[in-house]
Each structure stands twice: as structure tokens, then as C-alpha cells.
Ligand binder design. Structure first.
Ligand code: NAD
Length: 296
């Protein structure tokens, strides 16, 4: 039997449309548009592509996006000074510093300098703590996007066995916290996990966030499980071309799973849509404009 393919692209497009409507209403109520400031240090090609997509998506969603492009030689103090200016700017609701940063800059120091109420990436330790404590805060975009897809597929997640493979601060750990908050029984697996296939076989929900192409094989998947593949890996093909693949061997897993996200077109498009969503939530909070509970 072949799994349902979870169409993250379509889900993200509808979320972006909804965000756009809320952004237009916000601008009318607040007398200014919601503002998202994106900071790019250096010219990493992948980061430049991400930043351009974020800029385009902001405009389409009626959000005033500004991009601050700094040279690769920028010092930590110069970047801290820019973050301080953006923190103080009342037209900026969300601040995103594109990672990775050049080696002379301490990434944690920069993240910690962002006002937690403008931290739409959800990486600030205050927001990580709020998530772990079940308090309102900003949740990292990729795992929140995964949770939205899961809830759309399953409705309630209560009591399900969830295995998250990967324990990064950006994906694995916040993903596990979100699943715990939905009353899943959560296992976090990682590079030191003793028997990864057996661990994954227990799962009703598998979230793969590893960065190893097609690590998770079809026969690791419990029949009918929901598989969310966060991995984005470019691999070389024998004909000299390249191809994007996930952390799950899709062709094998699709025969066993109940539903699965493809790569590309699964989790990837959700990240920017959730970033825009977080920005609109931030704008309402920062301007004291009410946002209907659960609206986004
Ligand atoms: P990371 O390198 O920070 O973390 C990877 C995690 O995987 C680590 O916790 C490590 O313990 C674990 N791991 C590594 N090798 C393993 C193995 N052999 N077995 C079990 N666990 C292993 O990566 P990340 O930032 O969390 O990203 C993970 C993947 O998700 C990457 O492919 C990345 O490109 C992708 N990603 C996609 C999006 C998106 O928008 N779709 C966003 C962020 C990351």
C-alpha cells in the first residue's frame, strides 16, 4: 500500500494567504504594517537564496520586510549594534539573523541580544525556556510547521508514540517539546542512540531531522506511521547532476508509512510560512492589537 503524500507546499500556500489577510487587517488597525528585519552577514550562497525568498514572501503577505546585508568581515560588536537598533525600532516586530554567521561572531551572543519579543525564529533561550515550560513564546519555524502538518493529518496526537531523530536546538529539541505538549510519548534519538532502527520502529510519528541522506530506511517504519522528513540534502547523481533528498529513503518508506512528507515540497515550504505567521503574532503583541485566539 502506498502512503498519503503530505502536501506541505499547498498547506504553506494557504497559511501564507491567511497570514496576508491578518497582516492587512493589522496594518489597518495599527496604522502601520507589520515589520520583519532580516540580517544577512556575508555571501553564503544558500543563505542569500533563503533571505531573498523571505524578502519576497514578506511582500506577498503584506509585511514590510527589510534586509540588512553586512559584509563577511563584520565584527561581533557591529552586529550587536545593529541588533540593538532593530530592538529599539518600533516599526520592527520581528528580527531574524540568518545563520550560519562567520567564525569571528559568536552566534549564541547574537541570538541572546535579540529582544525575545521580536525573536520570530524562536531561538532565544528565553523562548526555548517558555516552550519547555508551556508558556507563550515564539517557537522555531520548522518544528512548528511540522506540528501543523501533523495536526492537519491526525487531529489529536494524544497518547501517540513519537520518535524525533536529531537533537539540534533548531529542529529536534523544540520538535520534541511541541510533541510532548500535545501529549505524545516522546523519544529523542541522535547519533549516539544504540539501536536506531528498533527505536524508530516503535513510532506512530517519526520526525527525521538529521542531515544524513536517506538514513532512515523503509523497514524501520512501523506500518501506517506518519513520517515527517525535515532533511534537505543535495546528493550527486551518476550522470553528473544533483538531486535533493531527505533523511528518509522515500521510495521505501512510502510503501510502508500511512502518510509521508516528500522532499522537496513537504516541510521545506512550511518554514517561511511559519516565519510570516510568527511575525504577525509578534506585531499584534508588540502593538497591543488583539489577535483572535488560535486564528493562525
Ligand atoms: P544538526 O546538524 O544541527 O543536527 C543533526 C542531528 O542529527 C544531531 O542532533 C545529531 O545527533 C543527529 N544525527 C547525526 N547523525 C546521526 C545518525 N547517524 N543517527 C542518528 N542521529 C544522527 O542539523 P539540523 O539543523 O537539525 O538539521 C537537520 C536536517 O534538517 C538537515 O538536513 C537540514 O538541512 C534540515 N533542515 C531543514 C529545514 C527546513 O526548512 N525544511 C530547516 C532546518 C533544517
Amino acid at each position: 500500500m502506498s502512503a498519503r503524500i503530505i502536501d506541505g507546499k499547498a498547506f504553506a500556500a494557504s497559511l501564507r494567504t491567511r497570514v496576508g489577510r491578518f497582516a492587512a487587517d493589522f496594518a489597518a488597525a495599527a496604522g502601520r504594517p507589520a515589520g520583519l528585519a532580516v540580517v544577512l552577514v556575508g555571501e553564503d550562497p544558500a543563505s542569500s537564496v533563503y533571505v531573498r525568498s523571505k524578502e519576497r514572501a514578506s511582500v506577498q503577505a503584506n509585511i514590510a520586510g527589510s534586509v540588512h546585508r553586512l559584509p563577511a568581515t563584520t565584527t561581533q560588536d557591529e552586529l550587536l549594534a545593529l541588533v540593538a537598533r532593530l530592538n529599539a525600532d518600533s516599526g520592527v516586530d520581528g528580527i531574524l539573523v540568518q545563520l550560519p554567521l562567520p567564525p569571528q561572531i559568536n552566534t549564541q551572543a547574537i541570538i541572546a541580544a535579540i529582544d525575545p519579543n521580536k525573536d520570530v525564529d524562536g531561538f532565544h533561550p528565553v523562548n526555548a525556556g517558555r516552550l519547555a515550560s508551556g508558556l507563550h513564546g515564539f517557537v522555531p519555524c520548522t518544528p512548528l510547521g511540522c506540528l501543523m502538518l501533523l495536526k492537519d493529518q491526525l487531529g489529536s496526537l494524544s497518547g501517540l508514540e513519537a520518535v524525533v531523530v536529531g537533537r539540534s536546538n533548531i529542529v529536534g529539541k523544540p520538535m520534541a517539546q511541541l510533541l510532548l505538549a500535545e501529549s505524545c510519548t516522546v523519544t529523542i534519538a541522535h547519533s549516539r542512540t544504540r539501536d536506531l532502527p528498533a527505536t524508530v520502529r516503535r513510532a506512530d510519528i517519526v520526525v527525521a531531522a538529521v542531515g544524513v541522506p536517506e538514513l532512515i530506511r523503509g523497514d524501520w517504519i512501523r506500518p501506517g506511521a506518519i513520517v515527517i522528513d525535515v532533511g534537505i540534502n543535495r546528493i550527486d547523481l551518476p550522470d553528473g547532476g544533483t538531486k535533493l533528498v531527505g533523511d528518509v529513503a522515500f521510495d521505501e518508506a512510502v510503501e510502508i508509512a500511512g502518510a509521508i512528507t516528500p522532499v522537496p515540497g513537504g516541510v521545506g515550504p512550511m518554514t517561511i510560512a511559519v516565519l510570516l505567521r510568527n511575525t504577525i503574532v509578534a506585531a499584534h503583541r508588540n502593538a497591543g492589537v488583539a489577535l483572535e485566539k488560535g486564528a493562525l
